[in-house]
Ligand binder design. Structure first.
Ligand code: GTP
Ligand code: MG
Length: 299
């Protein structure tokens, strides 16, 4: 029998920061323009997400209105902050009260240090699309430095991401978070490397089927010089969009809509995506040879 690993993930940050929006896009197949319909979260919304067969994410989407946060920090303190594997804290880059947001973050960090000192903390500086492109990096650096200094015992390890629901940055951040949570990521990576060698693939990318997030990838040979370093998230977002449009046009719920296979062949490379296991899709970049391509597909 498969032992299920339960992982508690807290999603926190002030009201309107965009927590439920990102949750709906990553886990419930919403598209970015749908999230305007979401209302403010009352108290905590729990969801259990089955991921890669034996991993169960217990996601706590914690409503960020002041009254609720006060309650998490007092009456519900042990209940909310114990057994946490990951805290994801979302800052709204447009917030007019950044200093106050950081004070609230600090209180949460202290509660976490008390009840789950070994948790990992990921901070998302969110809604970056609202900042002019040329100002983004500097603003991000300033904010992260300030937030890190308020992170107490988590300061050396806290990880920061600039995100927006309007581009692939959201997938990039969540891919890192998920990678951290997958219990056997290393051994999956080892097996994928062996498979890549056997089928002579330049690159294999493993995607979780429900979320379309990348689990891991193996890159070999000339592919190591591929200048498109964001290709993994781009494929995630293409897979996701495809899923949504399939659901729209066929009536199959987006949760179960999936394609059989996609192929691209050019003179420089060949590529296919297909289902690998119950929970994963595999993208393979192959040298431009029909023989290698066909053998790889069959294998
Ligand atoms: P509470 O449930 O009250 O704690 O708020 P929340 O953090 O769940 O906020 P929610 O996801 O409901 O989002 C609030 C608003 O932010 C929505 O109207 C979204 O459209 C908007 N929003 C979310 N993400 C982004 C983003 O990346 N960019 C922009 N421009 N707007 C966003
Ligand atoms: Mg919410």
């Amino acid at each position: 029998t498969k032992r299920q690993k339960q992982r508690k993930v807290l999603l926190m940050g002030k009201s309107g920061a965009g927590k439920s929006s990102m949750r709906s896009i990553v886990f419930s197949n919403y598209v970015a323009k749908d999230v305007r319909r979401l209302g403010a979260t009352i108290d905590v919304e729990h969801s259990n997400i089955k991921f890669m067969g034996n991993l169960m994410l217990n996601l706590w989407d914690c409503g960020g209105q002041d009254g609720f946060v006060e309650n998490y920090l007092t009456h519900q303190r042990a209940h909310v902050f114990s057994s946490v594997a990951v805290l994801i804290f979302v800052f709204d880059i447009e917030s007019r009260e950044f200093a106050a947001d950081v004070i609230s973050y600090s209180s949460i960090i202290r509660a976490l240090a008390e009840h789950s000192p070994s948790a990992a903390v990921f901070v998302l500086i969110h809604k970056m699309d609202l900042v002019q492109a040329r100002l983004r990096q500097q603003l991000f650096d300033e904010r992260t430095e300030y937030i890190r200094s308020a992170s107490e015992s988590f300061a050396p390890t806290v990880d920061f991401f600039a995100t927006s629901i309007w581009d692939q940055s959201l997938y990039k951040a969540w891919t890192q978070i998920i990678y951290f949570l997958i219990p056997n990521a290393r051994s999956i990576e080892g097996l994928l490397r062996e498979l890549a060698e056997v089928v002579e693939a330049r690159e294999l990318i493993l995607y979780e089927r429900t979320t379309c997030l990348m689990v891991t990838h193996v890159t070999r040979d000339v592919e190591a010089e591929n200048p498109f370093s964001d290709r993994f998230e781009r494929i995630s977002s293409i897979l996701k969009t495809h899923k949504q449009s399939m659901a729209k046009h066929t009536g199959i719920p987006a949760g179960s809509a999936n394609f059989a296979e996609m192929q691209i062949k050019t003179g420089r490379f060949m590529f296919f995506i297909t289902r690998l296991t119950e929970n994963t899709n595999l993208a393979a970049a192959i040298p431009p040879s029909e023989q290698i391509f066909n053998a790889a597909r069959i294998n």
